[in-house]
Design a protein around this ligand. Structure first.
Ligand SMILES: Nc1ncnc2c1ncn2[C@@H]1O[C@H](COP(=O)(O)OP(=O)(O)OP(=O)(O)O)[C@@H](O)[C@H]1O
Length: 265
């Protein structure tokens, strides 16, 4: 992995919200790490440690206050179809069919209807929604809508997929199925993934590497590689050992974040 040129490179990234005001708040400080092409990296940390802020900066939706962010050796200066983003709640257009939602970006790029239809069918098949092409978002369950959002992100053939707690709103069974779908789609796409979660189990099911954040301002506490074949059983002794290690790493930071929140009230 280390011999490959990184796809995403972050150097000394700092994010201050509302700078130069009494409400100034440092969300992230001195953050540096790389994501290799095709790598699955999970960001894990206590509430408010800046995970979403970081994702927004990599997406180009927010700028960094300091430091360098690069994708494919080019500075990140704004959004790009190379970097697809999926949020906790699938933000589909309610008035469009699922197929039209999936290929909305392609339509803007001028791709002809026939080709769009073909691409939508291929992608919906990949995410297990082949029968939902002509349905509207409100006819789908939460898990199905997230799969449609995944298909829509993939339609732009991104080099990196960013996901901000994409399965947090789903029940446990749907969540486990969605993780399986995501792993299949990730493997087939060759894209890198940068996924934010609160769940140690989710991180262990998915990640090549887990970046553990400190409490705010978010810094890297430790990067934990998960060198185990998938699918991973939560009963595997190696997984249990990692689970314990991650819980220990997080415990201090969650306590710190909690004390800070109490002090702020
Ligand atoms: N647009 C914004 N304007 C001002 N402050 C913000 C903004 N977005 C986030 N923050 C603040 O930055 C800090 C980090 O927030 P962020 O959402 O990045 O953390 P997080 O680790 O993703 O949290 P959670 O796990 O609870 O979603 C928080 O204190 C938050 O209130």
């Amino acid at each position: 992995m280390s011999t490959k040129r990184p796809l995403i490179s972050l150097r000394n990234v700092r994010k201050v919200w509302n700078p130069d005001t009494p409400k100034a708040l440092t969300a992230i400080d001195g953050l540096s790490f790389d994501v290799a092409p095709g790598e699955f990296v999970v960001l894990l940390g206590p509430s408010g440690c800046g995970k979403s802020s970081l994702l927004y900066m990599v997406a180009g939706l927010e700028s960094a206050s300091d430091g360098e962010l690069e994708c494919d050796s080019l500075p990140i200066t704004g959004p790009s179809t190379d970097r697809g983003m999926i949020f906790q709640e699938a933000s589909l257009y309610p008035w469009l069919t699922i197929a039209d939602n999936v290929t909305f970006g392609l339509k803007l790029q001028g791709v002809f209807p026939e080709k769009r239809r073909r691409i939508a069918q291929e992608l919906l098949l990949k995410v297990g929604l082949a029968d939902a092409a002509d349905k509207r978002p409100d006819e789908l369950s939460g898990g199905m809508r997230q799969r449609a959002a995944l298909a829509r992100a993939l339609a732009m053939r991104p080099k990196v997929l960013m996901m901000d707690e994409p399965f947090a709103a789903l029940d446990i069974q749907t969540r486990a199925k969605m993780q399986g779908h995501l792993l299949e789609v990730w493997r087939a796409s060759g894209a890198s993934v940068l996924l934010v979660t609160h769940s140690i189990e989710e991180a262990l099911a998915l990640a090549d590497r887990i970046v553990v954040f400190t409490a705010r301002p978010g810094r890297i506490k430790e990067i934990v590689p998960v060198d185990l074949p998938r699918p991973r059983s939560m009963r595997d002794p190696q997984v249990i050992a990692l689970q314990q290690r991650l819980a220990d790493l997080l415990a201090d930071e969650v306590d710190r974040a909690f004390l800070e929140q109490e002090a702020a009230v």
